[in-house]
Design a binder for this molecule. Sequence first.
Ligand SMILES: [Zn+2]
Length: 356
Amino acid sequence: MEGPQVESPREFTDLHRTMMYAADGKSSDYVDADTGIEEFGMPALTEDPRFGLMVNDDTEASTRQDLADQLVREYGLDTIGERVKEAAGSFSEDRRAVIGREADTAQMMINGVLAMARGEAIPPYEERIRTVTGQEPVRIDPKGREVVEIRGLMRQLLERKGYSLKGNSRGKTLAQATMQWEHELGNADTSDFEAFQKDLQAGGWAYADLLKSEVLAKLDPSLAALPVDGLEYEAASKDTNNGKPINWDAFLAYTGGKNPDSSPRYSGKFRWNIDRPAPMADVKYITNHETTHAVQAVVQQWLRQQGRLGSEAAFTTMASERAILTEGLAQVAGELVSGGKLEDVIAQFGINHSLQ
Ligand SMILES: [Zn+2]
């Protein structure tokens, strides 16, 4: 597929902007990403049982070092970043910049894992930030204007709800008042497992549909056909885990790819651990946040299959610029879906206990 390139790296790194370009209906603005990195496939490292042993604290230190050496040798773990960049060498400047940064980030993360397995120090924070962002780290000043403003706003909202912070010596700190407010919200009723799970699924699907119709389809009409019904929502507890306690609160696993008949599969599962009591507002907020990520994953796979996004679609890292963008959207998606106001989010999703 031939097509013009997007000119500015900024435009290309921003998936949302990319979709907005697509929404203009000008094919010249589509990202030309038909070329994947055919020469390079990421190794199926996480499927190798030695990887699990290498990162497990219970494994003997000398064994962990041996395993690290073996995996470096067999998978070339120390050169993955370089090899990805080399494979992307013929791409346009914009795509090289994006892939290069993600390759460096991935290499940095792999180096960290190897260092831990070998009992060495992981690369310092500053070096990691520089690698991921190409910029010097910026530290938040706890006495800076923004922080002071946010604390002031929180104080106001808490006071409006009747949690006074007046009288410094005998009064509560901001943290204490916030914790008290959270405590008094009360927890979600999970006593009826089936009913809770049904609500979780209904809520997740409804939110995915809204996200599709109210945000994505407005950016690009073709996204109205996005298949989001492969997402599943499950409640979990130690009873569903062979009696063993679960050590996580909630997570989403996107498992898109291909079905055995080679048709595309857009599936994922969100799970919520009911053994950890949490306010209903948290259940809804986190379910919606993670649903946004699942829908983002569907979008990437969808665009990839249409040749509008290349191997970038599959190659993301926890610390990349893209991760920052996707987190940003997941955080504000509620406001976008319901028209931009927090009151509307509350009205629409029944998050009645918000500070607003
Ligand atoms: Zn997130």
